[in-house]
Design a protein. Structure first.
Length: 358
């Protein structure tokens, strides 16, 4: 087997309802990080529980380092998998201090026959420092916050250097500033230690920053498994576009292999991701960063909404066909506009990836 980890054709049902429907994905290299993105309640955590051996799968197989974890005839006990699962909620032992909870993770590795990785390069004190909880060692779970307990759980999961680390919404209880710092340090620890990791999150920015690959879970299936760049710029379905809710589809006519025409926008140039016949009508994805502001352009539309987001703004323009177009502009841009003013777009429009659907 060439892949470090494989999740093959897995299905899981609850009371006759399909939660996971023949799902497959893999991790090629040790130390890779993948994220599973999707709406709440869609089955993301169920995937982690199946990998950890806490859920019995209906069919398929799970492999880790060429070893079967689960298939039709085999199911290795959770404690023998050398897989660490950190839950979103507080899963610390209430009668143990923070230090004792973490030491439990170390002791667990000593009894796991599968763990051949040796000690982690980071000490407990170093990990606590990196997750901004250095003074909690002697506190009990009821004496710390939910965000602190979550980070203690991450330290406990990481410290025994597992073959596979599973993180369920790891920083959901943190404010934005602390979350970004913790994400940076987590990525550094994982990459330095080559701990292969699967992260479940509903935060696309967290997934895009941390991950080598992302899987989008929709309606019980992996709708797309790809690099963060391709997930964002080359979504493979309208469902993915709707999930991210960041672009708009406009009707266009194929003029040539690198040119489309839209009645409102005129010619749109770029590289077509798929081949279409000349004259064929398609729906083109336009994202906020695809259009460029130009006050000197003759192509102008009314501003109907303006969202200030600190470093940037998102304008919404209304075309002559009543299509609402999102446009990204840096907030220190010299020529800012208000609602009901005219907003010019640079012509001809050029988009690197022309993502279209029939």
């Amino acid at each position: 087997m060439s892949n470090y980890f494989e999740f093959n054709n897995i299905s899981y049902n609850v009371n006759g309802e399909s939660i996971l429907n023949n799902i497959s994905f893999n991790i090629k290299n040790r130390g890779d990080i993948i994220s599973i993105l999707g709406p709440s309640g869609i089955g993301k955590t169920t995937i982690l529980r199946c990998i950890a051996g806490l859920r019995k799968i209906e069919n398929g197989s799970i492999f880790l380092k060429d070893q079967i974890l689960t298939d039709s005839s085999t199911c290795i006990d959770p404690e023998d998998r050398n897989v660490a699962l950190c839950f979103q909620d507080n899963a610390l032992f209430p009668h143990y201090t923070v230090e004792e909870n973490i030491q439990f993770g170390i002791k667990k590795s000593l009894f796991c026959s599968k763990n051949k990785n040796g000690p982690l390069a980071y000490s407990m004190d170093q990990l606590l420092e990196l997750f901004y909880i250095p003074n909690l060692k002697h506190k009990y779970p009821h004496e710390i916050s939910a965000g602190e307990a979550q980070r203690v759980g991450i330290v406990r999961s990481i410290i025994h250097n597992p073959d596979l680390l599973l993180l369920d919404e790891p920083f959901a209880n943190l404010d934005q500033n602390l979350r970004e710092k913790a994400q940076k340090n987590l990525k550094e620890i994982i990459k330095t230690s080559k701990i292969t990791t699967i992260i479940v999150t509903h935060d696309k920015y967290e997934a895009f920053y941390l991950s080598d690959y992302c899987g989008i879970l929709l309606n019980g299936k992996i709708a797309q498994f790809d690099s963060p760049y391709n997930i964002h710029h080359v979504p493979n379905s309208k469902e993915i576009i709707e999930f991210f809710n960041r672009g708009v589809l406009v009707t266009a006519k194929v003029i040539s292999e690198n040119t489309l025409y839209n009645e409102d926008l005129g010619e749109i140039k770029g590289e077509l991701i798929k081949k279409y016949s000349k004259g064929e009508m398609v729906e083109l994805l336009i994202q906020p960063e695809d259009l460029v502001h130009d006050d000197n352009s003759n192509l102008k539309f009314d501003v109907v909404d303006k969202k200030f987001r600190g470093t940037d703004l998102i304008y919404t323009l209304k075309t002559n066909s009543n299509v609402l177009l999102p446009v990204f502009v840096h907030s220190h841009h010299e020529h800012l506009h208000d609602v009901n003013e005219k907003f010019g777009l640079k012509q001809p429009i050029y988009i690197d990836h022309l993502v279209c659907f029939n």
